[in-house]
Design a protein around this ligand. Structure first.
Ligand SMILES: Cc1ncc(COP(=O)(O)O)c(C=O)c1O
Length: 255
């Protein structure tokens, strides 16, 4: 496995140059959520697909977090990319344990039982998970909550940004729909190095300030907050108010 820099097409080009014909696939989260939320630069996923295909490699989109959360289906497909494979999990299980891989028949038919690539597991196709997942997807299709989730995300993003500014804290809020991360420190975060530039110690204090006020956000600076359809505007506003107070404590050296 070789690791490229997120949002850096040059590092991907460099890896293909260094190891011609040795790379089977490029795997990317089309919206990154595992270093905190980081959006792809406009055009970067299209460029990744083009480089992968030019070099005889597949483009695999890890949509375990983004799939069915940011839109009904694949975010990559929604922005006009056709990944060769898409990985899904979480939401498609409706809270039950599940994972799935999706792709065109010419690739999927290489997998067992049809093709030569062995694939099996004790819980593969587990009826309980699959039933819960199907039900969740049909509710998502019927209720189409994505615009409301995006609006809730925008409300929280604006409130957290304002709370940082009013309390003299530098940083930024990255958001994609109902996923967001408040980074303490850097003015922008486009990749893992910029995420590492955050003040994780300060974030830990902020986390405890929030927890003491009854708001349980992810305890790591490098995680995403997830808004669900159950969160009301009042919940979001309570979160913003707690952020104002917690950041105020930090500014006054009280926590
Ligand atoms: C983006 C992403 N991909 C893959 C995984 C792995 O999923 P699993 O825990 O089902 O192996 C996770 C887990 O959180 C994830 O966030």
């Amino acid at each position: 496995t070789m690791v490229a820099r997120y949002n850096s097409i040059e590092t991907v080009e460099g890896l293909f140059r260094d190891a011609p014909e040795k790379i089977a696939a490029v795997i990317v989260e089309p919206v990154a959520a595992n270093m905190g939320v980081v959006n792809p630069d406009p055009g970067s996923l299209k460029a990744l697909a083009e480089i992968a295909h030019r070099n005889g490699a597949l483009l695999i989109c890890d949509e375990v977090i983004s799939g069915f959360r940011l839109c009904f289906g694949s975010v990559a497909e929604n922005i006009g990319i056709a990944p060769d494979l898409i990985m899904l999990g979480k939401i498609i299980g409706g809270g039950m344990p599940v994972g799935a891989v999706a792709g065109p028949a010419k690739i999927m038919d290489l997998l067992a039982p049809v093709g030569p690539v062995y694939q099996a597991g004790t819980l593969s196709g587990n009826p309980l998970s699959v039933r819960a997942g199907l039900e969740t997807l049909s509710i998502l299709k019927e209720t189409n909550p994505y615009a409301a989730l995006d609006a809730a995300g925008a409300r929280l993003e604006a409130g957290l940004g304002d709370a940082m500014k009013k309390n003299g804290e530098s940083g930024c809020v990255n958001r994609a729909g109902s996923l967001l991360t408040m980074f303490i420190g850097p003015e922008r975060v486009r990749d893992a190095d910029e995420a590492r530039g955050c003040d994780a110690g300060k974030f830990a204090k902020f986390f405890h300030g929030m927890l003491n006020r009854g708001i349980n956000i992810p305890p790591s600076q490098f995680e995403a907050m997830f808004i669900s359809t159950s969160h009301t505007n009042a919940d979001i506003d309570r979160t913003i108010a707690a952020a104002h107070e917690s950041l105020g404590d930090l500014a006054r050296g009280k926590s």
